[in-house]
Design a protein around this ligand. Structure first.
Ligand SMILES: CC/C=C\C/C=C\C/C=C\CC/C=C/CC(=O)SCCNC(=O)CCNC(=O)[C@H](O)C(C)(C)COP(=O)(O)OP(=O)(O)OC[C@H]1O[C@@H](n2cnc3c(N)ncnc32)[C@H](O)[C@@H]1OP(=O)(O)O
Length: 244
């Protein structure tokens, strides 16, 4: 089990992403480890997505390093040979949703206050093609098209209806259920499951691998625009104001 614990909201900073990728690599190379449950140690928050402060007012070099770390995390998680189960025990916007979408199975606490989705459009930014591909592979083209354009965040019951998560359980049963799902998936021979998983995901993974440097350039060019920086600053201010 991997429990995110980066207060206050498990935002995906460069350090967090680097540590996450290293942990995944270690588990992947451990022959005794066949599966991982991903959840959060922070009440009410699974992950608040990419750390917006990493994308605001930093150097081009920093943006490149940060974006490479985001790519690396996704390539490792989406391409993992292990069984991956997301036990979503709180809010899961944007990059948090990407992590859940990249797992093989998603169980969410049945709390309508917890929402999940790729809300990038609401911040005035664009979900990259590989976020979009991962989303389409889970919910299909039509739902993804609408959800991405509107930057929708769905409360848990709606997320279930759309197939964005596979099931809802009472919060106190979340880990028990995740373990039961893991046992069910691990009951199959690894090689058959792994080859099947790779067959289903390879095209989408290969697309980023083939365009990785180009994608970094796109990101830098996009995020460095003054209009985008302004949108992000306003969004951060809005988050802070919401508190007061
Ligand atoms: C042509 C172009 C083609 C292609 C494009 C190419 C590239 C693409 C370019 C860009 C794509 C970039 C992709 C980004 C994906 C992301 O993940 S963006 C992040 C989106 N995340 C969010 O919108 C979540 C925002 N947060 C919240 O909604 C709430 O904080 C949350 C519900 C998670 C928790 O609420 P609550 O418990 O009330 O906590 P607070 O809101 O009070 O937050 C506590 C403090 O944490 C700070 N914070 C929250 N989220 C973030 C974050 N994601 N990053 C950094 N900091 C965050 C918040 O400001 C509070 O700070 P404070 O205590 O006030 O100092």
């Amino acid at each position: 089990m991997m429990k995110f614990k980066s207060p206050p909201v498990n935002s995906l900073s460069l350090d967090f992403l680097t540590e996450f990728s290293i942990s995944l690599e270690k588990l992947e190379n451990d022959r005794a480890c066949r599966g991982v449950i991903i959840t959060s140690a922070i009440p009410k928050i699974f992950s608040s997505g990419l750390d917006i402060t990493e994308m605001c007012g930093k150097s081009v070099e920093h943006y490149a390093e940060f974006w490479r770390a985001v790519q690396e995390m996704w390539l490792r998680l989406y391409g993992s040979n292990m069984v991956t189960v997301a036990a979503v025990n709180g809010a899961s916007p944007a990059g948090g949703c990407l992590i859940a979408l990249s797992c093989d199975y998603r169980i969410m606490a049945e709390n309508p206050k917890f929402s999940i989705g790729l809300n990038e459009a609401q911040l005035g930014i664009v979900a990259p093609f590989w976020f979009k591909d991962t989303f389409v592979n889970v919910v299909g083209q039509r739902i993804a098209e609408r959800a991405l354009q509107l930057g929708s965040l769905y409360p848990a019951p709606e997320a279930l209806k759309l197939g964005l998560v596979d099931e809802l359980v009472p919060e106190e049963k979340l880990l028990e259920k995740a373990s039961a799902v893991m046992a069910q998936w691990l009951a199959l021979p690894d090689h058959a499951r792994q080859i099947t998983k790779s067959m289903m995901r390879k095209a989408v993974l290969d697309r980023l691998v083939a365009h990785r440097e180009e994608d970094i350039k796109y990101f830098i060019n996009f995020i460095s625009k003054e209009s985008i920086q302004k949108s992000l600053r306003m969004y951060m201010e809005m988050l802070k104001k919401k508190k007061s």
